[in-house]
Design a protein around this ligand. Structure first.
Ligand code: ZN
Length: 426
């Protein structure tokens, strides 16, 4: 059975890395600007003109070029009503393509121009997402971002906000913004605050800077997931650590090509990461700016890397497993999603008259996934990390990447039980 775009649209999906201010509908920007009497740069009158003015989907010259879009979206995201609407519509767009769980990130720091307070901002977004849940059943949570090119104090304020909204609307903290010259270590107070309060942590790292940035994110900040991790392949030893600890990567394929984090789809490390057994999740990053959807991201991965049903199933399950939902919830949602995936496969097999799995190794991979569906990300511990800095750290040779890896999946603590279950099934 050939994997089609329709099939990808039908399967249950997650989106763990999506920026609210990068994922606004074109017509919503125009309507909100009109309503609020705000002039947009270049005074675009149509969706086409607006798309052009923000470089929607285009490969950008540099970061300034890429950030143009956020200058536009943020202008119309300064009221409760606008935040509510944009959060709801993002949930609606995601739910319509069968995204079942989404973690929406943004920084309240950027929505205070009209005097909104941080808690009011979080509540407005939460209410929009709640409405998406009521209407479409979409599960979601917010990730609050500190910003690298703003002051460490401002990130600390965002960390406090996470703690205040923990177990309500917020599921985690993130550090976003320009990686170069803004190392994670400068924001350690914010990280310590969220970690001391048992709040989940993910950090943008290895997108616009090398693996040193990922090293800091994990060992100094204590990140449980890595946003992007595109340049992790440059440090084989760290790559093995990330693999062994099952630290999930939030891969944003199209966005990486757009911002030149990687030269092309062909040279993106995703297929290498997947074959090496890293826990990869696929994500949109910015639906508007990158002109994408989850269906589109997976479809591109299938086309460029020739993924099979087993690969797709693993990507989908790893998305659910890597969520910041509580463990018991993650467990049941992952099991449900896996069952639904299998049922969609059966429906497509029946309608096409072709078998989805012809390769025995794919069947074996799926049996392993079924047995390990309940495992999730272990906590990463970082005690008194050594400060290696960005520039002091020595590079490892790429030969480190060649360390043997027959453990195609999963949490080691689950392995014993898993092996037993698989052999019982036989
Ligand atoms: Zn991002």
């Amino acid at each position: 059975m050939k994997i089609t775009r329709e099939f990808i649209e039908r399967i249950p999906k997650t989106d763990l890395h999506v920026h609210l201010d990068g994922s606004v509908r074109l017509n919503t920007i125009l309507e909100l600007a009109e309503e609020q009497g705000i002039e947009l740069p270049g005074d675009p009158q149509t969706e086409e003109e607006l798309a052009k003015s923000i470089n929607m989907g285009a490969i950008c010259e540099d970061l300034t070029d890429y950030l143009k879009a956020f200058d536009v979206t943020l202008r119309v995201m300064q009221t409760e009503e606008a935040l509510y609407r944009i959060a709801f519509e993002l949930g609606e767009d995601a739910a319509r393509e069968n995204v079942r769980y989404m973690e929406v990130r943004y920084s309240p720091l950027l929505h205070t121009r009209n005097g909104l307070s941080y808690p009011v901002i979080v509540e407005a977004v939460a209410e929009g997402l709640r409405e998406a849940k009521r209407q479409y059943g979409l599960m979601s949570g917010q990730i609050i971002c500190g910003i690298r090119h703003m002051t460490p104090e401002s990130s600390l304020r965002m960390a406090e906000l996470c703690v205040a909204f923990k177990n309500r609307a917020v599921v985690g903290f993130d550090l976003a913004g320009a990686e170069a010259n803004n190392p994670a270590k400068d924001y350690r107070e914010a990280f310590y605050l969220v970690r001391n309060n048992n709040v989940n942590l993910t950090i943008h790292a290895g997108e616009a800077y090398g693996p040193e940035s990922i090293h800091q994110a994990i060992h100094l900040a204590g990140a449980q997931r890595i946003g992007h991790g595109t340049r992790l392949r440059e440090d084989g030893d760290l790559l093995n650590y990330v693999n062994d600890r099952r630290i999930p990567l939030e891969v944003c394929l199209t966005s990486n090509v757009q911002t030149r984090a990687t030269k092309s789809f062909e040279s993106h490390p995703l297929p290498f990461y997947m074959s090496y057994g890293l826990r990869c999740t696929l994500n949109t990053d910015n639906r508007l700016v990158t002109d994408t959807t989850m269906t589109e991201e997976i479809w591109r991965a299938v086309q460029y890397y020739d993924l099979n049903i087993g690969d797709l199933r693993k990507l989908m399950i790893d998305g659910f497993k890597s969520s910041f939902m509580p463990y018991r919830k993650t467990r049941s949602v992952t099991a449900q999603a896996a069952a639904e995936f299998d049922s969609v496969v059966r429906q497509f097999e029946e309608s096409t008259g072709e078998s989805a799995i012809t390769d025995p190794s794919v069947a074996q991979e799926i049996a392993f996934q079924q047995a390990t569906a309940n495992s999730r990300t272990p906590q990463v511990y970082s005690v008194a990390p050594e400060d290696r800095g960005y520039t002091l750290r020595e590079r490892n040779s790429s030969s480190d990447n060649k360390r043997g890896s027959d453990d195609s999946d999963d949490d080691s603590e689950e392995k014993t039980a898993v092996t037993e279950e698989v052999s019982q099934a036989e």
